[in-house]
Structure formats: structure tokens, C-alpha cells
Design a protein around this ligand. Structure first.
Ligand code: ATP
Ligand code: MG
Ligand code: MG
Length: 597
């Protein structure tokens, strides 16, 4: 028995596949070619989706949801997903964005032409078809050139509950409309002088059907078509045509476009009636866009953060862009897992940022090699080292690369008379229940802990500088307590702490590393909700850089390698700044959701 579809889009697709809705789809040539539609071989029943970004910025985590959804559905149902640039607006689009978008989609694990049927398309390659279709609409009486000023058009559109008023140009002849439209195309009019409008219904309760504009004049150079055109189609007219030319079956978009669906269908039905598009036609379905707490996903606002240097570029590890998430250390698998977990629904809910972090942990926990790192190093001196083990003795230690996968081998490092421990693992006046290091009192011994993978030690004292800052902790080791030896359990301790040897790396000691501790960029859960000024809630502590000591196995890591630092969380060697001899790690996320969010 087939499992129940896990969301409403899957239910729709399974219904359509069962009914054979798209079994008759024809396919030949390239989209927009005269020979393309309504000819060619019969294609098997297949769903076709598309991911259609506008190349006007870098992709963000919301786009990742859309990418995983569109490519994922095609993959799961033996269909096709096209990568398409919705590049119909010349002014904001750039090649830099085209390149970064292609890179992001591939990095996420998806591609085109993988099976010979999925393609990389540009909507701007259909400008000829879109223009011909517009002339056909004019000839059929479905479109007219309006010369009202933008202000007049806005005023005459009416309002919610108030019908609009017909334009005085609404009933001009086909010949007059064609002549004007061609003048627009030929550059004889200034931007904004006139527009081509669909002729639908100025009294429609859906304001989007009150004769929406379908072509406007824009004397602007396009990144793909150069100066060939000075009129450009509106998104709402272009999008359904793009979908139909690519034989998209399920056109998935975010909920804001729900009110546009009647116009989407209007364009397709008219052009199919005119023989310009073949049936069955694509259908639009809406899902809720991703809203993630503590994150903004508006390209415009993200650009402001970059332009005003609040962050260090689009790939700053605090940015929710795909390049930012990647540099932060997120894996493609963790983002796919996240997309799967949040699913799709028809609502405007917010997803907790913790869901994204948990997806990363669940992906990395079985994969990431472990390592010891001391993020806030304090010197530990083992006073009885020489008597207990011999002067200058170096004690080899080891730990599993992964605790539940012994086949991955062991990491080697060593302990000597001096080591680095976390500053927070020592307290002069220990709070109640503190099971780490503290100095002895008149009537009580000092705190005892196990140095993980090493010996049990007992604190004997400490040193401070003139400001009272602790500069060194002294302790003695308890002989015969080394982890993994028969005597290891002879002394019971409640605390186990991490450490890194202070001797040179050639003797198994640690290596200095820059560690960038990232936190969320905003202190408000919904930084830009309800028109709020998102810059007012920037987190001043979103980046803290510390000088850490890391175990030797971490020092040789290549860039973009992920680790779990024991007790601290998941870290990645920075793709840009990490180099042999100058290790730089980014914190991806902690081991658990410490805020209890
Ligand atoms: P922005 O509003 O940030 O400019 P956009 O929606 O205009 O983004 P497009 O490049 O047009 O960006 O988006 C490409 C695809 O990604 C569209 O199908 C869109 O629905 C989808 N998308 C964009 N943002 C989100 C989001 N937050 N959640 C889910 N899908 C999204
Ligand atoms: Mg858009
Ligand atoms: Mg948008």
C-alpha cells in the first residue's frame, strides 16, 4: 500500500500522476521557438517543476526551501526540474548574481541536464515569443495601449470594494493599438508614456484583474539581450508564458501570489485559445514562504546589511544567504534535511531558528571527527609531574576520531607538565555543585577532575596578576589513574575537562588558532515583522573572535572541514581565511540549544 503523501503538494502531484493529467505533453525544440509548442514526440507522464529566481541578489535560506522543494519533487516523482532565470527586469539584474545562483544550486546538490531533460533556461530568451503573444492578444481584442499617466491609472484602478473606471483608451481599435505597441517597441516613446494592458474587467473584485499592465517601456540595457529591447514584459504576464513554454506542470510559488493565480490562468487560456500554447496548461500552486526567527530573508534588506558594512559581504557567516550558510559551515545535507523537516503548508508561520541548527547537528553528529579545543586558555601546571613520571616525560594519549565508529581510528596527542585548560574550569570560590578545579581550603582538599583521555588531577593552588586575573592553575596528578589503564577507576571524580598540551606540536602539544564565535545577527525573533526597523535590533555580540588552542590533529585540516569540538559544538575551518600554519575556525552551532528556545 502506498504511503500517504506527506504534504498537500505531493497529494496534488500523486493525484495528477494517477489521472494521467500530463501524459499527453508534447515536447520539441527550445522553449520560445516557433516549432516548440504543440509539435514533437509524445512524452511520458512526467511532472515538471522549475526554480525561477530573478538574478537580482544572492540566494538565501528561503530560496533553499524552494530549491529543495522543486528539485526534490521532480527527483522523487521521476520528473524534471528546470533551472530558470526570471530575468525580465533589466535594471536590477547582473551576471554576478547569475553566477552565484548557479553555484548555490549546485552546491545544494541539485543540477540540470543531469538526465538530459532538465535544463538551464533564461526567460529573456522568450522575449520574441512574449512579444508575438502580446500582438496576438491585441489582435483578439484582449489587450490595449493605455496612455493615461501612471497617476491616472492608479486613481482609476479603484480600490477594495470600489470598482475601477475604464480608461478612455480602452476601446481604441486593434489597428490603433498595434500601431502604438509597435511604436513602443521601436523606441518612439519615453519610459512611462504608455503601457500595454490586458483588457479584462475594471470592476473585478480581484484588483489584479482590473486590466493589469503586461508591457512597459524601459530604455535599459539587459544583461542577456543588451539593447535589443526597450519594452519589457511584466512579471505577471511573463511568468505563466515561461512556465508554459517549458511545459511546467506544477508551478510552485509563495502565497503572496495567490491573488495573481486568476491572471496566470487568464494569460494561459487566452494564448491557448489563440493556438500559441498547447494544452494541458501549467497550474500554479502556492505554499507558505519560509520565515525563520532571528533572520531576515528580504534581498533588499540583506543588501542593506552588506552595503552598510554591518556584515563583511554576502558570504559573511552570519548572513542567511546560501554562501553565508556555507561559509558558516552548514552542509548541503543539513539544509536539505531542514527543508524536509519544515515541509510545506499553506500558512505564514515562523520556523524556529533552532530547527535549522538541529538539522546541522543531526547531519554532522555521525560525520564530524571529534577534537579537543580550549577556547579560553588558562595555563595548568602539574607540579609533581617530574617525580611521578620522570623529568621531561611526554605522555602519549589518544581518543577515537568518532566515539561510536571505532573503525575510523584514533587521534594522537600528548600530555606534558604544562597544559591549557578552559578558564571556566577553574573557580577561586566555587559555586555550590561545581565539580571542576578549585583551590584547597584549610579544611578541604582542592577540586579533582579527570583530564579527558589523561589523568585525574587535584588542584593545589593558583596565581594571579596585579588585576586579580588568574594566570595559572597548579595541580598534582594522581599516578596510576590514566584513562584506559587498569587503575583508571581507582579514583572517582565528578568532573571531566578538556585540555590541550602546552608543549610544542612536534611533541603532541596544541596549536594556536583563531576561532570566530558567531551568534545570531538580531536580538528580536522577528527583526523586520510589521515594518519594524531591523537595524534597531542588531546583536552587538554576533561575532566574538578568540585565540584558542586546538589539538594537533586539527592543525592540519584543509579549509571547509567540519569538526565537533568536544563540549563546545560544531566548527568548520573557514573557506576563505584558514590556511596551514594559520588555522581559522568558525563556530557553526553549539552542541545543544542552550537558550532553550
Ligand atoms: P526577495 O523577496 O527576497 O527578493 P524573491 O521572492 O523575489 O525574493 P526570487 O528570486 O523571485 O526571489 O525567488 C525565486 C523563488 O524562490 C521563487 O519561486 C520564490 O517563491 C522562492 N522564494 C523566495 N523567497 C522564499 C522564501 N522565503 N521561502 C520560500 N520560497 C522563497
Ligand atoms: Mg521575485
Ligand atoms: Mg520578493
Amino acid at each position: 500500500e502506498a504511503p500517504k503523501p506527506s504534504n498537500f503538494l505531493r497529494a496534488i502531484i500523486e493525484r495528477d500522476l494517477a489521472a494521467g493529467t500530463y501524459a499527453q505533453r508534447h515536447w520539441a525544440g527550445s522553449p520560445g521557438d516557433a516549432a516548440h509548442q504543440g509539435s514533437g514526440a509524445l512524452d511520458p507522464a512526467r511532472i515538471r517543476t522549475r526554480f525561477p529566481p530573478e538574478p537580482n541578489g544572492y540566494l538565501h535560506v528561503g530560496h533553499a526551501k524552494s530549491i529543495c522543494l522543486n528539485f526534490g519533487l521532480a527527483r522523487d516523482y521521476g520528473g524534471v526540474c528546470h533551472m530558470r532565470f526570471d530575468d525580465t527586469n533589466p535594471e536590477k539584474e547582473e551576471q554576478e548574481y547569475v553566477d552565484s545562483i548557479l553555484d548555490a544550486v549546485q552546491w545544494l546538490g541539485f543540477g540540470w541536464e543531469a538526465n538530459g531533460t532538465s535544463h538551464l533556461y533564461y526567460a529573456s530568451n522568450y522575449f520574441d515569443f512574449m512579444y508575438r503573444a502580446a500582438e496576438a492578444l491585441i489582435e483578439a481584442g484582449h489587450a490595449y495601449v493605455d496612455e493615461q499617466t501612471p497617476e491616472e491609472m492608479r486613481a482609476n484602478r479603484g480600490d477594495f470594494g470600489t470598482p475601477g473606471t475604464d480608461s478612455p483608451y480602452r476601446n481604441r481599435s486593434v489597428e490603433e493599438n498595434l500601431r502604438r505597441f509597435r511604436e513602443m517597441r521601436d523606441g518612439q516613446h519615453a519610459d512611462g508614456a504608455m503601457v500595454l494592458r490586458a483588457r479584462i474587467d475594471m470592476a473585478s473584485p480581484n484588483i489584479n484583474l482590473r486590466d493589469p499592465a503586461i508591457y512597459r517601456i524601459k530604455h535599459a540595457t539587459h544583461h542577456n539581450t543588451g539593447d535589443r529591447w526597450c519594452i519589457y514584459p511584466m512579471y505577471t504576464y511573463a511568468h505563466p508564458i515561461e512556465d508554459a513554454l517549458e511545459n511546467i506542470t506544477h508551478s510552485l510559488c509563495t502565497l503572496e501570489f495567490e491573488d495573481q493565480r486568476p491572471f496566470y490562468d487568464w494569460v494561459l487560456e487566452r494564448l491557448a485559445d489563440l493556438g500559441l500554447l498547447a494544452r494541458p496548461l501549467p497550474k500554479q500552486y502556492e505554499f507558505g514562504r519560509l520565515n525563520l526567527t532571528y533572520v531576515i530573508t528580504s534581498k533588499r534588506k540583506l543588501k542593506a546589511l552588506v552595503d552598510e558594512q554591518v556584515v563583511n559581504g554576502w558570504d559573511d557567516p552570519r548572513m542567511p544567504t546560501i554562501v553565508g550558510l556555507r561559509r558558516r559551515g552548514y552542509t548541503p545535507e543539513s539544509l536539505q534535511l531542514f527543508a524536509e523537516r519544515i515541509g510545506v503548508a499553506k500558512d505564514y508561520s515562523w520556523i524556529d531558528y533552532a530547527t535549522l541548527e538541529q538539522s546541522l547537528r543531526d547531519d554532522l553528529d555521525p560525520k564530524a571527527p571529534r577534537g579537543l579545543a580550549v577556547l579560553d586558555p588558562l595555563k595548568l601546571v602539574l607540579e609533581n609531574w617530574d617525580e611521578a613520571l620522570g623529568a621531561g616525560h611526554i605522555e602519549p594519549c589518544s581518543a577515537p576520531v568518532h566515539p561510536s565508529q571505532p573503525e575510523r581510528g584514533r587521534r594522537e596527542f600528548a600530555l606534558a607538565r604544562e597544559a591549557w585548560i578552559e578558564r571556566e574550569d577553574f573557580a577561586i570560590d566555587p559555586p555550590k555543585g561545581y565539580h571542576r578545579l578549585y583551590p584547597p581550603k584549610a579544611d578541604a582538599a582542592g577540586g579533582r577532575v579527570r583530564l579527558k583521555y589523561g589523568y585525574v588531577i587535584e588542584c593545589t593552588g593558583y596565581e594571579q596578576d596585579a588585576e586579580g586575573r588568574v594566570t595559572q592553575v597548579r595541580a598534582r596528578l594522581l599516578p596510576d589513574t590514566k584513562s584506559g589503564t587498569p587503575g583508571a577507576d581507582s579514583v572517582k571524580v565528578k568532573g571531566v575537562i578538556g585540555w590541550v598540551g602546552a608543549q610544542p606540536v612536534e611533541q603532541g602539544g596544541g596549536v594556536a588558532a583563531e576561532v570566530r564565535l558567531y551568534d545570531r545577527l538580531f536580538t528580536e525573533a522577528q527583526p523586520d515583522a510589521g515594518g519594524r526597523d531591523f537595524k534597531a535590533s542588531l546583536n552587538p555580540d554576533s561575532l566574538r573572535v578568540v585565540q584558542a588552542m586546538v589539538e594537533p590533529s586539527l592543525a592540519t585540516a584543509a579549509p571547509d572541514q567540519r569538526f565537533q569540538f568536544e563540549r563546545h559544538g560544531y566548527f568548520v575551518t573557514d573557506r576563505v581565511d584558514h590556511a596551514a600554519g594559520r588555522p581559522v575556525f568558525n563556530r557553526i552551532t553549539g552542541l545543544k540549544d542552550s537558550r532553550g528556545r
